[in-house]
Design a protein around this ligand. Structure first.
Ligand code: BGC
Ligand code: ZN
Length: 367
């Protein structure tokens, strides 16, 4: 069967591979689930892998099959699979456990080991192919009523983890009642974080460079959050209006912005960094000012990567609630379909060149 792959370490090596079709029996213990892939989303991580800035192939392979944002339908299940049956819509988690205590309790997104295993990214093949198989432990059901949001399950799991971690860590405050949240970046993660924070009742300001109206600004407004173009309104002017933020989620993909955000956080607040920046950029920061401000304000910086099954499940619930609260808004994220695995070159072109592409995804097969 066909797969879209790269040679990690070799820039712009995206190509088609012919790989064997897996079967449920490939997973020991009878918990295998064979999934027929319907759609797979791609993001900046895939672009960076193709730029040879990130990612590794599995041991014994020269190539790495891409794709970590999966959506498919169950074709067959092993004898010990519970709660999943042929015909169910599903997605799959991305990271697989290593050996640390965190891995062993199902929180592989928090592994303490340097080496991490991620399907389609690091040391494991991904989902940009016709079928994949995995243990039911990593397969998450998608309600049929959300199938129009298909490839957003993985992205929202990352946003869900970031927000969840922020609330978890803020239990250090005996009372934490955040009111104002800034979301930096109006890409897929920024928009999905906007949704989750709105559903938690915060006043959400989503910041991006472009002047409204854009598709992104329309989505923000559709979620009843406030879109702020930093071209028109510098962050200082926003702070003058709203006060510093209690919670900031950076999803800009720019390390300069991630550091810049440190100026906008209020006392006792938390700043969450979510972007994967594969480059080697250096920025100058006002380190004395930030240092004193952060000490005097008991402020916290938190990195958040990946997501485990729990975050997929809570993200999917938020998508469902989002459909009821803000009907037909989130689907506007799904901007750029590519038809068929054969069109891998067009997929990469959109990812690299199409600045307005909010979400590029491949239609692998019809139902
Ligand atoms: C993926 C995450 C992954 C991260 C780092 C992101 O694009 O969505 O699942 O953990 O890259 O590899
Ligand atoms: Zn991703």
């Amino acid at each position: 069967m066909k797969a879209i792959a790269v040679y990690p370490g070799k820039p712009n090596s995206v190509h088609l591979e012919d790989i064997p079709k897996p079967s449920v029996g490939d997973v020991a213990g009878g918990t295998g689930v064979l999934v027929r892939v319907l759609k797979v989303g791609v993001d900046a991580t895939d672009r960076e892998i193709n730029d040879a800035l990130y990612g590794n192939s599995p041991p014994g392979f020269e190539y790495l099959v891409l794709g970590h944002e999966s959506f498919g339908v169950v074709e067959e299940v092993g004898p010990h699979v519970r709660n999943l049956k042929p015909g169910d819509y599903v997605t799959a988690t991305v990271r697989r456990p290593g050996g640390s205590i965190y891995d062993q309790i199902g929180t592989y997104d928090m592994t303490s080991e340097e080496t991490y295993y991620e399907r389609g990214i690091n040391l494991l093949h991904g989902y940009l192919t016709e079928y994949f198989v995995d243990s039911s432990d990593y397969i998450v059901r998608v309600p049929p009523g959300l199938k129009h949001l298909h490839v957003l399950m993985e992205p929202i799991s990352c946003a869900a983890k970031a927000v969840h971690q922020a609330f978890e860590v803020q239990r250090r405050m005996k009372v934490w009642r955040p009111r104002t949240a800034y979301v930096l970046g109006a890409g897929q993660i920024g928009l999905l974080a906007t949704l989750i924070l709105k559903l938690r009742g915060l006043d959400v300001y989503t910041l991006a460079r472009s002047q409204a109206p854009t598709r992104n600004s329309e989505i923000v407004e559709g979620l009843e959050a406030t879109y702020v173009s930093t071209t028109e309104t510098p962050i200082e002017s926003l702070i003058a209006k709203t006060g510093k933020a209690d919670l900031i989620i950076d999803a800009t993909g720019s390390s300069a912005m991630a550091f810049g955000a440190m100026k906008a956080l209020g006392h006792n607040g938390v700043l969450v960094w979510t972007s994967i920046t594969g480059g080697k950029k250096n920025v100058e920061v006002p380190s004395d000012e930030i240092n004193i401000d952060w000490v005097l304000g008991n402020k916290l910086l938190l990195g958040s990567v990946n997501a485990n099954r729990e975050h997929f499940e809570s993200g999917i619930k938020d998508l469902a609630l989002g459909e009821v609260m803000y009907p037909h808004v989130v689907e506007k994220i799904l901007t750029n379909p590519v038809d068929g695995i054969d069109n891998y070159a067009e997929m990469m072109r959109l990812l690299v060149e199409e600045k307005t592409a909010l979400k590029v995804y491949v239609n692998v097969a019809d139902e």
